[in-house]
Design a protein around this ligand. Structure first.
Ligand code: BGC
Ligand code: NOJ
Length: 814
């Protein structure tokens, strides 16, 4: 069953039934001010960092779920009935409910008792505020007297502290209300120089800032006492829980429409100018007032919305494709690209599943996210690469995460995940291929954010590579450290204490356990680095990277090959993981995916054998699972992977992040049908029809779909913030459609299904618009290219040297 449908023309997903299996969310904001918003207006907002600068409060894992948000209530002042047009929190039986999730905005509304109301929520570009445009229409034959209420609950900034430190927090809350604008200024009196504000475009009939005054005792957001009474109380919060609520009274003639604009924003003052007049405790509002005044004007709000629309138009315009498959088109052209932007902005910090307090930006994650994002905003990718590299440790290793607000490595999480450093090479390489901006390699970048430790970015990449060379195990394979890509393969952890973190607890020294996955990654990274070095005329250095990569290939073939597929690892006792000799966990996706993606075993049939084994043992109708057989009990020498019940997460769930490695491997083998088939199995749009099973949003990927060992086989969890977004985008665009960036130009190498007659695409690449059309004339993958009417040698189109801004590429597949 479906809960809505795609509106591709408007780039929206339109939800028409409010009680979706899970809250189906969207993101507001794309630069510094962000929010998550569900299809029933649940969610919260923050400035830059979902933990340290949380504007509004949200209670995760609540019942009923998804409570707390950007709620609007309407009250018929004659009948005294009240409801919310977004369904939650009052959950009335609404007419024509719809939630349109679009690119950076969400519009939710409905009709009830002859009153139609829709709220459009979005964050204007370059501003630290969100706009709610509430449009109300009286569809009755008679005039209507309506009170409209807004409401939010403020968070006392640090979301972790806010949820735990009540002995202090119940005393600190402070607000100011001036000309109807509610200013939330908790801790502004002391060490903070920032505050939030909540404003309304219309004259107020009342406001509230004290939660209890608004809700009443023992009542929730579904039945606020002051809304029920039809009169807010003008309460001023002292401690407890500051909120913001406005009341506007409207008289609507039959057919009449009115619009109210609400603004929720974040503002900083220079420390020396916090108060006005100086010496008082009153917020200096000189610089915030013009911003508020500007956007309370509906015309300015509309103009800002139009700018946001154009911004997305141009971002998505960098690559657009028309294939015979609607799901491919929709995901590539709209939603997958959009999700890549969300993962770039959020890493794994704030979603319906990531609480915003648990995790910062992952080193591994953010580097991989670049693969799906770099073409849309290369300047931001550049900045991200330099920020990431600055958290790298002098050893070449990396903090596993850093906090976006401070941009410093997170000591609590630590490091020692031995795959981490290589992702920097992969990320930089993707950036160079996209932009050709070689200057980034010479940027001085600190180690561990230590002033004085600056070295060129290129040196960071060298240290990344060497990190592994100085950490090889008994077979010559890379030592795994805390874990590799699979955070849950904790071979040095040996944890027997409940609640102990597998990720951070003290590990054994770890001189034995090795990872075949890191070996494959090392080969890939080494070859990328060699290609970069040789273009910098460092031919001896390039040769040495290639030699190390080749050496590693030999080690993999000798010690990492199990006869039919690649082994996964060696454990702390030197025993095999991911081998036919194992009772459980005989075959894993990661080493087979990454080794074939890296091109290992392409010539001698090993890649084909490994992928055939993956197809036989791991592929299911809902995607490819991590390993088989699933671990049926906890193995202390394996760690977290065996902590999950069979079929979930890393224990044989379908980890959608790694499925594309197999797709790429299959594409490298020339198997277009299978590559696209694997792509389609986890494509959320293609799964829309089974929304009751899949449960997560049909417009974005989820991290995991329960595997075949799980009672809920096919059920997705943890949507939005996952490397799945970037990798699927990269696999379909660069390897299946084969529109691939290289250091030298745009390579065209489609490996598409046999029954596709071809496809067309537009790609803006290094300032030139390429109009690409691919025509299938035979069943194979051999391609010949005609560029601006002239056949070329090979399949890499180099940037024009004569200033042409548009180039046509015709590709014939035979
Ligand atoms: C999850 C992993 C995740 C890790 C992050 C584990 O519990 O299973 O998917 O990467 O936590 O800390
Ligand atoms: C999620 C993490 O964010 C990612 O870095 C990791 O590779 C996967 N889980 C697999 O454990």
């Amino acid at each position: 069953m479906k809960y809505g449908s795609f509106d591709d023309k408007n780039r929206e997903y339109v939800i028409t039934q409010p009680d979706t299996p899970l809250p189906w969310i969207n993101y507001l904001g794309c630069q510094a001010y962000f929010g998550i918003i569900s299809n029933t207006a649940g969610g919260y907002s923050f400035y830059r960092d979902a933990r340290l600068r949380r504007l509004t409060r949200y209670r995760y894992n609540n019942v009923p779920f998804d409570f707390g948000g950007r709620y609007v209530y309407l009250r018929d002042d004659e009948s005294k009935e009240f409801w919310s047009p977004s369904w939650q929190p009052t959950r009335h039986d609404l007419k024509d409910y719809s939630c349109r999730h679009g690119m950076g905005y969400t519009t939710i509304g409905s009709e009830y008792a002859g009153i139609e109301a829709h709220t459009r929520y979005f964050v204007p570009l370059d501003e630290n505020l969100e706009i709610w445009q509430l449009t109300i229409t009286n569809k009755r034959a008679v005039k209507a007297s309506i009170s409209a209420f807004s409401s939010i609950e403020f968070c006392l900034w640090d979301a972790q502290d806010d949820a735990t430190n009540f002995q202090r927090n119940f005393n600190t809350g402070q607000v100011e209300v001036e000309y109807g604008v509610i200013y939330h200024k908790t801790e502004y009196r002391e060490r903070r120089n920032h505050f939030a504000y909540f404003a309304c475009s219309e004259p107020l009939a009342g406001f509230d800032t004290q939660r209890e005054a608004f809700l009443g005792r023992y009542r929730g957001w579904d039945s606020p006492a002051a809304v029920e009474a039809g009169q807010l109380t003008n309460s001023i919060a002292h401690g407890w829980s500051p909120i913001g609520a406005h009341q506007v009274k409207l008289e609507l003639a039959p057919g009449e429409t009115k619009q109210i604009v609400f603004l929720l924003g974040y503002h900083e003052n220079p420390v020396a100018e916090k108060f006005d007049p100086p010496g008082t405790q009153t917020i200096n509002k000189k610089t915030v007032k013009p911003v508020i005044a500007k956007y309370l004007d509906p015309k300015a709000a509309d103009a800002a919305f139009e700018q946001l629309r154009q911004y997305w138009e141009s971002l998505l315009g960098v690559f657009q494709v028309a294939t015979p498959d609607v799901h491919t088109n929709r995901m590539v052209n709209i939603w997958n690209a959009y999700q890549c932007m969300a993962t770039f902005n959020m890493s794994r910090s704030a979603s319906f599943y990531e609480s915003g307090i648990g995790r910062g930006l992952g080193f591994r994650d953010s580097n991989q996210d670049l693969l799906g994002f770099v073409h849309m905003a290369p300047a931001r990718a550049r900045e991200r690469i330099l920020d990431l590299a600055a958290t790298q440790l002098p050893t070449g290793g990396a903090y596993h995460q850093y906090q976006p607000l401070t941009k410093r490595g997170n000591n609590d999480i630590g490091g020692g995940f031995n795959d981490d450093p290589h992702w920097l090479i992969i990320g930089v390489s993707a950036y160079l291929k996209e932009t050709g901006d070689w200057s980034i390699l010479d940027e001085p970048v600190q180690y561990d954010n230590e002033p004085g430790s600056e070295q060129p970015l290129y040196e960071h990449m060298q240290r990344s590579f060497n990190y592994t060379l100085s950490r090889l195990g008994p077979h010559g394979l890379p030592l795994i450290g805390r874990a590799d890509w699979n955070d849950c393969l904790n071979l040095n952890c040996f944890s027997d204490t409940p609640g102990q973190s597998f990720q951070t607890t003290t590990n054994k020294e770890g001189k034995v356990a090795e990872s075949v996955f890191i070996a494959g990654l090392f080969v890939h990274a080494g070859r990328e680095l060699a290609a970069i070095a040789s273009r910098r005329s460092l031919s001896a250095e390039a040769a040495s990277y290639l030699a190390e990569a080749d050496k590693m290939v030999s080690v993999i073939l000798e010690h990492g090959w199990d006869g039919e597929w690649f082994l996964r690892a060696y454990n702390d006792f030197g025993g095999k993981i991911g081998s036919k000799e194992c009772a459980e966990g005989k075959i894993f996706i990661e080493s087979n995916g990454y080794c074939t993606l890296a091109g290992i075993g392409l010539e001698d049939g090993k890649a084909a054998s490994a992928l055939a084994a993956v197809g036989e043992h791991l592929a299911t109708k809902h995607g490819i699972v991590v390993q088989q057989p699933a671990y049926t009990h906890y193995y202390i020498e394996m760690g977290e992977i065996s902590s999950y019940p069979p079929g979930y997460k890393e224990n044989a769930g379908v980890f959608c992040h790694v499925n594309p490695w197999i797709m790429i491997g299959e594409a490298r083998l020339g198997h277009g049908d299978l590559a696209h088939d694997y792509y389609s199995r986890i494509n959320p749009s293609a799964r829309e029809a089974i929304s009751d099973l899949h449960r997560c949003e049909p417009y974005v990927y989820a991290q995991m779909i329960a595997g075949k060992d799980a009672p809920t086989f096919g059920e997705a969890k943890n949507s939005w913030l996952t490397g799945t977004a970037a990798w699927n985008y990269y696999a379909i665009v660069q390897w299946i459609l084969g529109v691939r960036t290289t250091l030298d130009g745009l390579e065209i190498a489609p490996v598409i299904p046999k029954n596709w007659p071809g496809f067309t695409a537009t790609r803006v690449f290094r300032g030139v618009t390429y109009k690409i059309s691919i025509e299938r004339q035979g069943e194979g993958n051999a391609i010949s290219l005609i560029v601006d009417g002239a056949p070329i040698e090979g399949n890499v189109v180099t940037p024009p040297t004569d200033g042409r801004k548009e180039v046509t590429i015709k590709g014939i597949l035979t």
